[in-house]
Design a protein around this ligand. Sequence first.
Ligand code: 5GP
Ligand code: ZN
Length: 119
Amino acid sequence: MSDPSPSETCLFCRLVAGDVPAEVVHTSDGSVAFRDINPQAPTHVLVVPREHHANAVELATQAPEALADLVRVADAVAEAEGLAGDYRLVFNTGAGAGQTVFHTHLHLLGGRPLTWPPG
Ligand code: 5GP
Ligand code: ZN
């Protein structure tokens, strides 16, 4: 038997499908934006493609327009949250860099002074 599809096993596929509750703040044809369950800033929103891709580079390779859509949606959320163009976008890529969910997600962080470099 083949492995179960990501739509059944992947947390963010299940969230996009509405099977896992989330505070959705914005949607587009290709993306869904929702508040992080463990926010690290006053605004901490995750923007995910509706289709399953494991990380940012797979999305860039397999569906570049969907990657661009994540960035546009993040900017629209930032605007709606009153961040006035001051925000940070992050893709953690690989477990060693802190990626824990292997469905591409763009972190939008803002609403407080953001130090550089991040930890
Ligand atoms: P990563 O560490 O993979 O870059 O980011 C995963 C993010 O997903 C974390 O910031 C974590 O707090 C968030 N997260 C994990 N599970 C859930 C969930 O069930 N709902 C929401 N809204 N966020 C989640
Ligand atoms: Zn997925």
